[in-house]
Design a protein around this ligand. Structure first.
Ligand code: PBG
Length: 347
């Protein structure tokens, strides 16, 4: 891997270095919109987008999330409608996050494995009512644990192998409910291989595995934890014994290599914009389907500035999402998926 950001696959153009001002004027290709369109190297399409959604119990159709302007928690019914609209806009898939009622949370997060929990009921409703949209579901315990961690806590430590046993049962319950892609976001070692084996043994060989492989211990997940009510659960705790240190880049490549060997179908880099170097490096290194998550804190920064009139909503989201494409991302999880798809459709 080259240490700098120059592409190592594309050789330099044979014309590079030959032209010089005033014969060469780079602005010539930028003079008019049609020419700019012809020379554009990357393009964003609705087909690149995955919409992360929050589902909650009860009849109340929608409830705003203070730290994510424009994002709402939806009831199953409202989500089914919204998913239908998203599919119509050309969004290929949604990523589902359940808001688990406090009384269903426990130290061991056992609710995660209940075939009739909120996530699994939602998966069934979506696959029944909107079969044309792909459904991705997180595999991790944090929405279900009273301590807010992604794994089991024993004597103050997150225990890896015991956690995997629960994650396997969680993934199996989601597969039985009809999920298309399971997305382990927990960062336990070895879980991809174990989940793959278990899915295959249960006849779910078509259920795909999207590994949150390069997932960092990031402050940018704050608003997401508000949305789920897991921030107060986690309190002063952090996830640094399992999520990656933002100081490290090479380590992300090792995480990806291991998950590929264990059977991951797609890789994820998360967060997005602050980790664009990793999107680039992972795509270059493995040529695997590489997804990126524009996480809640990134969304909050942009949407917050838009709310204050400091940034233009359409332009700033288009630009940030295009940056992911330029870095090599195949698909982008973004809370702005629906607005973006509408804007792309309007042209
Ligand atoms: C849970 C999970 C998190 C996100 C996705 N899955 C939060 C965390 O790891 O604490 C964050 C998504 C976002 O911030 O938008 N394992």
């Amino acid at each position: 891997m080259p240490r700098d950001n120059r592409p190592d696959r594309k050789p330099a153009s044979p014309l590079a270095g030959l032209g010089a001002y005033p014969q060469l004027r780079m602005r010539r290709n930028r003079t008019v919109p049609w020419l700019r369109a012809l020379v554009a190297e990357h393009r964003l399409a609705a087909a690149d987008l995955i919409w992360p959604v929050f589902v909650q119990e009860g009849k109340k159709a929608r409830e705003p999330i203070a730290s994510m302007p424009g994002v709402e928690r939806l009831s199953i019914e409202a989500l089914v409608d919204a998913a239908g609209a998203a599919a119509e806009l050309g969004i290929p898939a949604i990523a589902l996050f359940p808001v688990v009622p406090i009384e269903k949370k426990s130290a061991d997060g056992e609710e995660a494995c209940d075939p009739d929990n909120l996530a699994n009921r939602t998966i069934r409703a979506l696959k029944r009512e909107v079969p044309e949209i792909g459904v991705i579901c997180d595999v991790a315990l944090d929405p279900y644990t009273t301590h807010g961690h992604d794994g089991l806590l024993r004597d103050g430590k997150i225990v890896n192998d015991e956690t995997i046993e629960v994650l396997v049962r969680q993934a199996l319950a989601q597969a039985a409910a009809g999920v298309d892609i399971v997305a382990p976001s927990d960062m336990m070692d070895g879980r991809i291989g174990r989940i793959r084996q278990a899915l295959d043994a249960a006849g779910h060989e078509d259920v795909a595995l999207l590994s949150y492989a390069a997932k960092y211990a990031s402050c940018f997940y704050g608003p997401f934890r508000d949305a789920l009510g897991s921030r107060s659960a986690l309190g002063q705790g952090d996830k640094r014994t399992y999520q990656m240190d933002p100081a490290n880049g090479d380590e992300a490549l090792r995480e990806c290599a291991l998950d590929i060997a264990e059977g991951a179908d797609m890789l994820m880099v998360k967060p997005g914009l602050p980790y664009l170097d990793l999107v680039w490096r992972v795509k270059q290194a493995f040529a695997m389907p590489t997804f990126v998550y524009q996480v809640s804190g990134e969304y909050a920064m942009l949407a917050g500035a838009v709310e204050r009139g400091w940034l233009d909503s359409e332009r700033v989201f288009m630009e940030s999402l295009l940056a992911f494409k330029r870095a090599g991302a195949d698909a982008i999880l973004t809370y702005a998926a629906v607005d973006t798809a509408k804007r792309l459709k309007a042209g």
